[in-house]
Write a protein that binds this ligand. Structure first.
Ligand SMILES: [Zn+2]
Length: 241
């Protein structure tokens, strides 16, 4: 396994990835990263995949530090490469990550290994969960589980002793009406008052704020960063005036 790759080697490794993707992974909606971006630079996702796929199928485990060093040859400012993790669980490539899923191979925390290009990441569901007007059908599509914590309807709610999990219609975006397209099933614990501060995705993960007052409760360091973002966005001018 090489720690530096020529442009030709990168191109050929990427071709291998494309070939397997077309044959085995595309049908599961595993997303193939572009090799280069609009400016002609290699994308980080492609570089990480190319690095992990070396000597396929005899891939080896790679530490995050090693991946970071490789990526730095192209992006010198990078100090923490997260791509391998995201390419797995979120984008569907079968990349085992240490400290998360050691079912197939023994990995320490911060180590990765491309397991195969013939199957998607085991827990990957490429398809978005289609919303429906029918509450029973919607719960079925979520496997009768809380979208956020995964507890099963009718089974004990492990967060609270002696409580049975009940699934409730919960907002995706609390600022929009509770109607088809804006509903996820959540257990009574996940669907509590503080959830109105957040917008969720259809997999029950928090993706945005829905209550700006959360900022007031945040640490000063975060408030300063928010201020900087907004100052730059509005060029220092009060947009409400
Ligand atoms: Zn829950």
């Amino acid at each position: 396994m090489k720690k530096q790759l020529s442009n030709n080697e990168i191109k050929n490794l990427y071709k291998t990835i494309c070939k397997y993707h077309r044959k085995y992974l595309n049908q599961y909606e595993v997303k193939l990263p572009r090799l280069t971006n609009a400016r002609g630079n290699y994308t980080k996702d492609a570089l990480v995949l190319v690095y992990l796929v070396q000597d396929y199928p005899n891939t080896r485990k790679v530490s995050k530090g090693e991946l970071t060093q490789f990526i730095r040859q192209y992006y010198p400012e990078v100090n923490d490469v997260q791509q391998a993790r995201h390419l797995g669980a979120q984008k569907g490539w079968f990349i085992a990550a240490g400290g998360r899923d050691n079912r197939d191979v023994i990995l320490s925390r911060g180590e990765y290994k491309l397991i195969t290009l013939k199957k998607p990441y085991p827990a990957f569901h490429g398809h978005r969960i289609e919303q429906t007007e029918d509450w029973e059908e919607l719960k079925k599509r979520y496997g009768y589980r809380c979208a956020t914590c995964g507890l099963i309807e009718g089974k004990p709610n492990i967060h609270w002793p002696n409580t049975i999990t009940r699934l409730q219609k919960a907002h995706i975006n609390p600022n929009l009406p509770l109607e088809a397209g804006n509903i996820i099933p959540q257990c009574q614990k996940c669907n509590r008052a503080d959830r109105n501060n957040w917008v969720y995705d259809e997999r029950g993960r928090v993706i945005k704020l829905s209550n700006p007052n959360i900022i007031k409760r945040s640490d000063k360091e975060i408030r300063l960063k928010v201020y900087k973002i907004l100052y730059e966005e509005f060029k220092g001018v009060n947009p409400n005036e």
